[in-house]
Ligand binder design. Structure first.
Ligand code: ZN
Length: 316
């Protein structure tokens, strides 16, 4: 079996705090769709919430493990530092005003690698950017929110990885099929050959990250199917990485390994996707459990915080 180049991101998963605040921010403020309520399959007392476009297709899926009283982490080397979303050109004035109206902690509009960016933090301190671009993308935005379609988020632009030494991570990404296209100060840009969510920036910093609430847990790259994933598993193991066996995540299948700077990488299959257990219309409306957890549903539901109560407005 031979590998085929990775063509972009699949999803980004972070540790959040209060789940209702998380739902409020990503649906009401950013205008994403909650496409799945499930639990962390490795810790069923914690939700796993997925946001994205209408179907949460690969390249749009932002996911969280919300821990109501989790310990805060620290953003730093060995982690995804920033997750960037693709928005249409000329959208940033709209977004600056919208973020201000919701009291979101943000920076002035800035620039990196010739892109106009608007950086902001979510209620847990996780870092994001809206990247205004004229680049074509096949990703359609979710149009069920009050964000006008002309300004809505079209999935990911990419991620920034904080690393203490960019060389091994750059080599690995090039091995995966990314191409180094530019460097600017402490930033190196790599771009995959796909048509969406293709950018990875490496940010060289010294401060080490510490896992916990308010930090990204892992970043997932997309592979078309099990066969391609298995070829990658073999190729990565040959390169010396300790890659997990395939895990069934119900909506995709996954392998994981830590790259040399400590960032947890996942390779996730494109399918079967979020409509495997709910219709498109009903996505995200009720708690979904995989078949192997269904018999414990009552106990699992009783241990989870209630998500149906109206989201508490946080005033500052
Ligand atoms: Zn994942």
């Amino acid at each position: 079996m031979t590998t085929v180049p990775v063509d972009g991101l699949h999803h980004v998963t972070s540790a959040a705090g209060d789940p209702e605040r998380n739902v409020h921010f990503f649906t009401e403020v950013l205008g994403l769709r909650l496409v799945k309520q499930t639990v962390n399959f490795d810790d069923v007392t914690t939700y796993h919430l997925y946001y994205g476009n209408e179907t949460g297709e690969p390249g749009t899926a932002l996911t969280f493990f919300p821990f109501e009283s989790g310990r805060p982490g620290q953003v730093g080397a060995g982690q995804v530092e920033t997750t960037a979303f693709h928005v249409p050109a000329d959208s940033l004035d709209y977004w600056a005003e919208r973020l201000d109206a919701h009291d979101v902690d943000r920076d002035p509009v800035g620039e990196r690698f010739d892109d106009e960016i608007l950086a902001f933090r979510d209620p847990d301190g996780l870092r994001y950017e809206l990247v205004a671009t004229t680049a074509e993308t096949p990703i359609e935005p979710w149009t069920g929110s009050d964000v006008p379609a002309g300004h809505a988020i079209h999935g990911f632009h990419g991620v920034t990885l904080a690393v203490s030494n960019p060389t091994p991570t750059r080599d690995l990404l090039e091995f995966m099929g990314y191409e180094t296209t530019a460097t600017e100060g402490e930033f190196t840009r790599l771009v995959a050959g796909g048509d969406a969510a293709t950018v990875v920036d490496l940010h060289t910093i010294d401060r080490q990250g510490r896992p916990g609430v308010g930090t990204v847990h892992h970043v997932a790259f997309r592979v078309p199917d099990d066969e391609t994933q298995s070829a990658w598993r073999e190729a990565l193991a040959e390169r010396g990485f300790r890659v997990t066996p395939q895990k069934d995540r119900q909506y995709f299948r996954s392998i994981y390994f830590r790259e040399e700077n400590g960032v947890l990488f996942e390779f996730a299959t494109e399918g079967p996707g979020f409509t495997t257990d709910e219709s498109v219309d009903e996505l995200g409306e009720s708690l979904q459990l995989p078949p192997w957890l269904e018999e414990d549903r009552e106990r699992i539901e009783a241990a989870l915080p209630d998500l149906t109560a109206p989201a508490a407005e946080v005033s500052r």
